[in-house]
Design a protein. Structure first.
Length: 224
């Protein structure tokens, strides 16, 4: 089954979607944590209590050089959770991914804007690739096409890397990449909400309620 993540550090929103979605865990990035005003350790404590011990968490290194990224990743990997270390797919990041994989650390290559960039990260051993679908679209590119090319390359070359598609502004982008058979997706809260939003839903439910109440009052289904 596709792994479904929420791209947030908001505990209230995570609780809301944990209630109704089969969440695998949450993804964060430095901007998300900075905007939440809550550091990684406190966020992980809250999220782990909420989602349980099987939840998977993604946190990004902020170091710049491969060796220091590796040292930071080792610290993240020591945290008592199922951690995946996010690494920006730069020249140093690719070097860091190779080092991290030698050390058995789970890695997601992030900030992917091109198929070639993601493919190199996969060849370096990244467990996950995060192509930035909406950011690519916003630059007059085709985010879905980048995901399609990456999925094709992964399959053609028999790689175990999973695509965890990221950066969405609307549900159409999310649905388009999920049709490609990718391994995972991370949704921001507003797009997650769009998954069950349609102007016809509420009127349909209201009509059922009215028809039922007219016929059976406040009886429950099995009482009728
Ligand atoms: C994923 O790795 C990124 O942190 C995130 O999905 C980017 O999303 P944005 O483009 O909405 O900031």
């Amino acid at each position: 089954m596709i792994e479904l993540y929420l791209d947030t550090a908001d505990i209230t929103e995570t609780a809301r979607f944990h209630h109704c979605f089969p969440l695998t865990g949450i993804t964060t990035n430095p901007t998300i944590l900075a905007n939440s005003g809550v550091g990684l350790k406190a966020t992980l404590t809250y999220m782990s209590n909420l989602l349980g011990k099987d939840a998977r968490f993604f946190a990004q290194v902020v170091s710049k050089e491969a060796e220091s990224m590796l040292n930071e990743a080792k610290k993240l990997n020591e945290l008592p959770y199922d951690m995946v270390v996010k690494v920006p797919t730069t020249e140093e990041g690719l070097a860091a991914i190779k080092l991290m994989k030698q050390g058995g650390i789970q890695v997601l290559a992030t900030a992917i804007y091109t198929a070639q960039q993601g493919f190199m990260a996969a060849l370096c051993g990244a467990d996950y690739l995060a192509p930035y679908v909406n950011r690519i679209d916003a630059m007059n590119g085709d985010g879905v096409a980048v995901v399609r090319d990456l999925q094709l390359l992964i399959e053609k070359h028999g790689l175990s890397t999973k695509i965890l598609a990221a950066s969405f502004k609307n549900v159409q982008q999310a649905m388009d990449v999920m049709k490609l058979g990718i391994g995972g997706i991370t949704l921001p809260v507003d797009v997650a909400m769009q998954m069950f939003s349609h102007p016809a839903i509420e009127p349909a439910v209201a009509q059922f309620d009215k028809d039922w109440a007219d016929a059976f009052g406040d009886k429950l289904s099995f009482e009728s």
